[in-house]
Design a binder for this molecule. Structure first.
Ligand code: ADP
Length: 396
């Protein structure tokens, strides 16, 4: 069965058509600048060249129509009719406490997702727009929602509750939810293949280090803690997000810089992190280039980023009373041996010894610790689209 995987943002829409039997990606692409001047679709069939088509996309329905047109294009298309799409899997960012697993998108479920909009005002409404656009154009194709938060719903109360008046949890559901769950689940399952131990008796720490970054502690197949919170702002220092800070800094800076709350949130989400610290960009390739050129703030940003990751690893070793595997994934985790090496320099107390040669790996699954290392450290490329396709297939 072919599954169309959709990851819909407010002005962009990523898609992949995956054959769920062979797990091959038949075609993939992205619609950019939806609802904005200069919109375009980038489309690439399996084994073919990437092509970019400039085309007006006033709304997401038009974007999905262009995706369908590309998939069925006479020359570069990969299917002949819409009947060849057996199901659609949608990434949904926030499932609140309502969704602890993926689910078929019925009218009731859509209403329940809408109720979570409050918790993710930037993401969930966009996800719903994508779902509704697909429903309009392919009304008879079953659809599944796969939630970023679902995998972390197994966290115990002591891990998800904040040190705030309890009524905020009761009234507004203010608690830690965690994100990147599809990735943490996929990578922690893959880790079992690498160490040859069953999922239900393994302690894994997954370091998902991309532009957004989070860490999770996965014990016996369940997420028991993770670094992102009510929103994706908490935890690690990220590309442009601050991660953990003293909350009182907000009032202090708002007064000094004459910012309102929207201005402050914009600083914390978009102008902080590695970009804000270095004054360069959020991209670790630029940070590494800056370090090579002797830029001291690039060195500082790299050091602070890695130190924060190492501190969270230490915390999660304590949370699980041990660790068998530490897995690095996502853009930085898969590609940047400097980051992996620096993080692991702090972890000698766990009996970790690194294989410097193996740690040069980029974007490939590989064990990067030595055979006698007490904890296995590995690179495991994430594949959220495949994980969504698998979940979707399982449900339809
Ligand atoms: P997201 O999905 O959060 O946008 P990704 O997981 O795609 O992020 O990661 C993107 C980031 O990965 C880039 O911003 C960059 O910092 C990092 N990255 C990508 N390739 C490399 C590389 N070769 N070396 C170091 N960092 C890289």
């Amino acid at each position: 069965m072919n599954i169309l995987v959709i990851n819909c943002g407010s002005s962009s829409l990523k898609f992949q058509l995956i054959n769920s039997d062979s797990e091959e990606v038949l075609a993939k692409g992205i619609c950019e600048r939806i609802g904005i001047e200069g919109s375009r679709i980038v489309y690439q069939p399996q084994g073919g060249e990437k092509e970019t088509i400039e085309s007006p996309m006033p709304n997401h329905t038009q974007a999905i129509q262009l995706v369908i047109d590309s998939l069925m294009n006479e020359k570069t298309g990969v299917i002949k009719s819409l009947d060849e799409i057996g199901a659609i899997g949608h990434r949904v960012v926030h499932g609140g406490e309502k969704f602890a697993s993926s689910t078929l998108l019925t009218e009731d479920v859509l209403a329940a997702i809408e109720e979570c909009n409050d918790l993710a005002p930037l993401h969930n409404p966009a996800n719903l727009i994508g779902i509704n656009a697909c429903k309009e154009l392919m009304p008879n194709t079953p659809m599944v929602g796969v939630f970023d938060t679902a995998f972390h719903q197994t966290m115990p109360e002591k891990a998800y509750i904040y040190g705030l008046p309890y009524e905020y949890y009761q009234k507004y559901k203010v608690r830690r939810y965690g994100f990147h769950g599809t990735s943490h689940s996929y990578v922690s399952k893959k880790a079992t293949e690498i160490v040859g131990k069953p999922y239900d008796s393994l302690k894994t720490i997954v370091c998902h280090l991309g532009n957004g970054a989070s860490i999770s502690a996965v014990m016996n197949g369940k997420s028991v803690d993770t670094s992102m919170g009510l929103t994706p702002l908490e935890g690690l220092i990220m590309g442009t997000r601050s991660g953990d800070i003293d909350p009182a800094i907000m009032e202090f800076i708002m007064k000094k810089e004459n910012l309102d709350i929207d201005g402050m949130m914009n600083v914390l989400n978009k102008k902080s992190g590695v970009q804000g610290m270095s004054g360069l960009t959020s991209d670790f390739r630029d940070i590494n280039a800056g370090i090579a050129a002797g830029n001291e703030r690039a060195v500082m940003a790299m050091d602070a980023f890695c130190y924060r990751v190492a501190k969270y690893v230490g915390a999660y070793v304590a949370a699980m009373n041990g660790v068998d595997v530490i897995a690095f994934t996502a853009g930085v985790g898969e590609n940047d041996g400097v980051v992996r090496g620096k993080v692991c320099e702090y972890l000698g107390y766990l009996g970790i010894t690194m294989d410097a040669e193996a740690n040069k790996v980029r974007g490939e699954e590989r064990v990067i610790s030595t055979p006698d290392s007490k904890v296995k450290v590995c690179v495991i490329p994430t594949n959220e689209e495949l994980a969504i396709a698998r979940e979707t297939r399982a449900l339809v």
